[in-house]
Design a protein. Structure first.
Length: 95
């Protein structure tokens, strides 16, 4: 899933997650799952997605250059109003 089109699509899904998915990572993980699968996640799935996000978020907070790199993939404009580390982490979760 490292193809630029897939990564760009994941970035746009991440934007939706951040803007429409709620305030907490748990709410956003549940929203992401519903957005992609059209059904509610089982509790364990929500925990896995939230844990994946938290791990990636910590990684991208420590390595902002990597966050910038992943968010630069694709032809469409990046939403500059979103936190880069968080956006990069949700992009990975969405992929």
């Amino acid at each position: 899933m490292n193809d630029p089109q897939f990564l760009e699509a994941s970035r746009h899904i991440a934007e939706h997650i951040m803007k429409e998915g709620g305030k907490t990572s748990q709410e956003r993980a549940a929203y992401a799952y519903r957005l992609i699968t059209s059904r509610k996640p089982k509790p364990i799935v929500g925990q896995i997605l939230t844990s994946a996000f938290n791990e990636e978020f910590e990684n991208y907070k420590k390595n902002t250059e990597a966050a910038d790199k992943i968010l630069a993939v694709g032809a469409t404009k990046l939403d500059e109003s979103l936190n880069e580390s968080e956006h990069a982490a949700w992009t990975i979760v969405a992929s």
